[in-house]
Design a protein around this ligand. Structure first.
Ligand code: SAH
Length: 243
């Protein structure tokens, strides 16, 4: 697997989009997966309030979108253009399934920008437009109705590339970091001393109190942040007892 493709190396190109809402939704789809380079080829309307509404938190991607008159312009500087279309054509490249093509697209992105080209909502990519692409990619879908909404197709494409690059993981933010054995030991010791100080634990007759507490703590599978707040609570009780 190639190393992570730099974000700016994947370019999303929308050829002749009709609905500005789709442009905004595509910008949002891109940003959620970590992509930012959006190009519009001869959009029917420039991005407007409807586009901004659907872009939501991806206003930066939408505002940075560059508009070109022709597809060739939008593809300038790319090392590969992949045309997204579910339809097989007479004169075209073999149809590749997105998931199979993703590693190759990422590998090529190590060399330079790779464009993912999407067609008009009604007519799709024209043969002329596909002619500028070196690869045709399909999102496998229901044979009885496999035509995704434009922004939905952009979302699936960006998701597959981000996944293939191993880009994001659930809980990556580190909020759910598990407590270490040292954290847990320190918590149990803190708990014990607070219980002694309060008189709840009588050192002369400890019973199985500490054993029970250890079992409970072990079963809870505490996170670091949880250990922290429990110890904060104990410290507050201690401070009150000492007043
Ligand atoms: N009616 C058009 C589909 C337009 S959907 C047609 O038959 O081609 C708008 C764009 O979304 C398409 O041009 C294509 O780029 C993308 N898209 C939608 N569904 C897709 C699929 N299953 N596979 C690949 N691209 C798809």
């Amino acid at each position: 697997m190639p190393s992570i493709a730099p974000t700016e190396r994947i370019r999303i190109v929308l050829a002749r989009p009709s609905h500005t809402g789709n442009i905004g939704a595509a910008a949002r789809a891109m940003k959620t997966m970590g992509f930012a380079d959006l190009r519009l080829v001869a959009p029917r309307h420039a991005p407007d309030a409807q586009a901004a509404a659907l872009a939501a938190g991806a206003a930066d991607v939408l505002e940075a979108a560059r508009i070109a008159d022709r597809l060739e312009e939008a593809l300038a500087g790319t090392v590969l253009a992949a045309g997204f279309s579910a339809r097989t054509r007479d004169l075209s490249h073999p149809l590749r399934a997105l998931r199979d093509a993703a590693p190759e697209l990422l590998a090529r992105a190590q060399e330079g920008p790779v464009a993912l080209v999407f067609g008009n909502e009604t007519s799709g990519l024209s043969n002329e437009e596909l002619g500028h692409c070196a690869m045709q990619v399909a999102i496998p879908a229901n044979p009885a109705y496999g035509s995704l909404n434009l922004a939905a197709a952009v979302q699936v494409a960006c998701y597959e590339l981000a996944s293939a690059a191993g880009r994001f993981a659930v809980g990556e933010a580190g909020e759910r970091e598990a407590a270490t054995s040292e954290d847990v030991e320190a918590l149990v010791a803190h708990w014990e001393s607070a219980m002694r100080e309060s008189g709840y634990l009588d050192p002369a007759r400890p019973g199985r109190l500490m054993e029970r507490l250890r079992r409970l703590v072990a079963r809870a599978g505490l996170e670091r942040a949880e250990v922290k707040f429990l110890r904060g609570m104990l410290a507050a009780f201690e401070a009150r007892m000492r007043r």
